[in-house]
Design a protein around this ligand. Structure first.
Ligand SMILES: *[C@@H]1O[C@H](CO)[C@@H](O)[C@H](O)[C@H]1NC(C)=O
Ligand SMILES: *[C@@H]1O[C@H](CO)[C@@H](O)[C@H](O)[C@H]1NC(C)=O
Ligand SMILES: *[C@@H]1O[C@H](CO)[C@@H](O)[C@H](O)[C@H]1NC(C)=O
Ligand SMILES: *[C@@H]1O[C@H](CO)[C@@H](O)[C@H](O)[C@H]1NC(C)=O
Ligand SMILES: *[C@@H]1O[C@H](CO)[C@@H](O)[C@H](O)[C@H]1NC(C)=O
Ligand SMILES: *[C@@H]1O[C@H](CO)[C@@H](O)[C@H](O)[C@H]1NC(C)=O
Length: 494
């Protein structure tokens, strides 16, 4: 989930409250750039391939959403610093039992640090647990879980090296006006936020915040687009002499003010997620993603902070690779945050760490060059079309179809072919996955045109071992909310 509430609306002017991080702990100078590595994909690249990508591209740090032992093993002796994560659904059990927390730390931190040489620096307890869509579910368990994990780290002798934090959405703080200097924690969770901040401060843990200018734009069509990008605002905000050219700085400094106002002005801040998606919405495209991420990286590379915190920003880009099995409840863009496509191919050039360009994944293996498309002899009026497309989209990925997306200009037949092909590829090109009744046919002619790519799936260890048509296709795809999308799709196709 992304944070959905980046803006404070005041007197018709909106300010963004999102963004970056700067290390206030001056002795611990922040260097380099991090990236988020999520794994909600039907065909994830092998961990060793991804670790090679991280190194080839000069990432110094990686943030995970859980503590998968295969991934941690691949990171062993890589020189890459790691933030491991605890999913929200584990918070209750960790809050209720020190023993559960000790077991978690033993299995998911201690063993990797000591015997495996994994450079774990942080444990992220929960992921945006106070997002309003969770209806307060995790308000009672986040702090106790944080405390129990910290106790477990102390007991394991790791608390000097490994710090705790909680990645929070940027709407845990707000400004009563459009000015960062009016920033404070949200009134309904103010006391809880202070307890968490005090605990982090007492234990040397950073405040981690996810900042998304894209969501500001997505949620508000009147949001001034130039304020979403860097140093390019037509009407900057002047906050008592501090000038804000972009929503990131304004958002970040709203947090700095909130911390300062409550006595924690020196707490270090990590930007846990920052990025821009490339598809699934009219504002999500390669050009904007490149503009935003390069603007941000130029900032990071220059060691330039915000008006309130001049020092370098400590941040993790969101994200490394597209994830085709993410929930699209926040929006169709949700599967397109990667700097790289699902197969590890860079989407655009980006200068990280003074390097030029992104380096593709090595030794990626693809399925055959064939596609499933609508049969030339099939009719758009065939009554089987609607249920077939609906089925394909519910079980595969149609988020590149729709207004302003990469395949938004396809005609009706193109739309149907796109849906069929997505289903066919996600099901590893099984013949049985291109048997839409009298409607589909397998072709070796690439139907891609321009920006609209009909992709060929990659091989995974599972697909390699499961050649043959007898296998029941049981690729587990967690598509939340796709039903609604499929209906919308059908509505426009028919
Ligand atoms: C370690 O982390 C994994 C992945 O998040 C989780 O499934 C597992 O339950 C954790 N182990 C313990 C002992 O808590
Ligand atoms: C939050 O509440 C809404 C409305 O009552 C409900 O639809 C949604 O499922 C709830 N979400 C969670 C995570 O409980
Ligand atoms: C400034 O913002 C506009 C969007 O309003 C964008 O098209 C343009 O490329 C930006 N220029 C720079 C240098 O960021
Ligand atoms: C913050 O750090 C500065 C410089 O290290 C120090 O002078 C100041 O007292 C600190 N403030 C707080 C609230 O700890
Ligand atoms: C193709 O699908 C898209 C997305 O649903 C829709 O906007 C477009 O109108 C469709 N095109 C045709 C010709 O049906
Ligand atoms: C496919 O078409 C053939 C001949 O046009 C017809 O006999 C058959 O019933 C159709 N099959 C389906 C599943 O619609």
């Amino acid at each position: 989930m992304r944070n959905m509430g980046l803006l404070n609306q005041v007197g018709g002017r909106r300010i963004l409250v999102s963004f970056l991080l700067s290390s206030v702990m001056l002795m611990d100078a922040v260097s380099g750039i991090g990236v988020n590595w999520g794994t909600q994909a039907t065909h994830p690249l092998p961990p060793s391939t991804v670790v090679r990508m991280l190194k080839d591209n000069g990432f110094d740090k990686v943030k995970l959403f859980d503590a998968d032992s295969k991934i941690l093993s691949a990171l062993a002796n890589s020189g890459i610093q790691v933030m491991v994560g605890i999913p929200n659904d584990m918070l209750a059990s960790l809050a209720n039992s020190v023993q559960v927390a000790e077991n978690w730390v033993a299995k998911n931190v201690s063993s990797h640090v000591s015997s495996n040489g994994v450079d774990i620096r942080y444990v992220a307890v929960g992921n945006e647990p106070f997002l309003s869509t969770f209806n307060g579910t995790f308000l009672g368990t986040t702090l106790p879980a944080l405390q129990n994990i910290q106790s477990a780290l102390i007991k394991a002798g790791l608390s000097t090296k490994v710090k705790v934090t909680v990645p929070l959405n940027a709407d845990v703080y707000q400004s009563a006006s459009n000015l960062p200097s009016e920033g404070d924690f949200r009134t309904d969770i103010h006391d809880l936020m202070l307890q968490i901040v005090k605990f982090l401060s007492d234990n040397g843990g950073p405040f981690t915040v996810n900042i998304y200018p894209f969501i500001s734009l997505y949620n508000d069509p009147n949001f001034p687009i130039d304020f979403a990008f860097f140093d390019n605002a037509s009407s900057p905000i002047n906050d008592n002499g501090r000038v804000y050219e972009n929503v990131f700085d304004a958002n970040y400094d709203t947090l700095v003010w909130a911390l300062e106002k409550n006595g924690y002005g020196n707490l270090s801040i990590i930007v846990g997620e920052i990025g821009w998606p490339t598809d699934g919405d009219k504002n999500a495209n390669i050009k904007s993603a490149q503009l935003f991420n390069q603007g941000f990286m130029t900032r990071v590379n220059a060691g330039k902070g915000t008006p309130m915190r001049a020092g370098p920003i400590d941040a993790y880009l969101f994200s490394l690779i597209d994830e085709d099995a993410k929930s699209i409840q926040p929006g169709n863009f949700e599967r397109h945050w990667g700097l790289f496509y699902f197969d590890g191919q860079p989407k655009y050039q980006l200068n990280l760490n003074g390097r030029n360009g992104l380096v593709a994944a090595k030794d990626v293996r693809y399925l055959a060059r064939k596609w499933c498309v609508m049969s030339p002899s099939a009719s758009l009026d065939d009554p089987q079309v609607a249920p077939s497309v609906s089925y394909a989209c519910q079980n595969a990925d149609c988020t590149s179809l729709g207004y302003g997306t990469s395949c938004g200009n396809l005609d009706g037949r193109g739309n149907i072919s796109y849906a069929f092909n997505s289903y066919y590829q996600i099901n590893n090109q099984l013949n049985s996955a291109c048997k839409f009744p009298n409607l589909s046919v397998i072709t070796t002619t690439n139907p891609s045109a321009g920006d609209c790519q009909f992709r060929i799936m990659i091989k995974t260890d599972t697909t390699a071992n499961a050649a043959g048509e007898t296998r029941v296709v049981s690729q587990t795809i967690h598509l939340v909310g796709l039903g609604a999308f499929a209906l919308m799709f059908l509505f426009t196709v028919l």
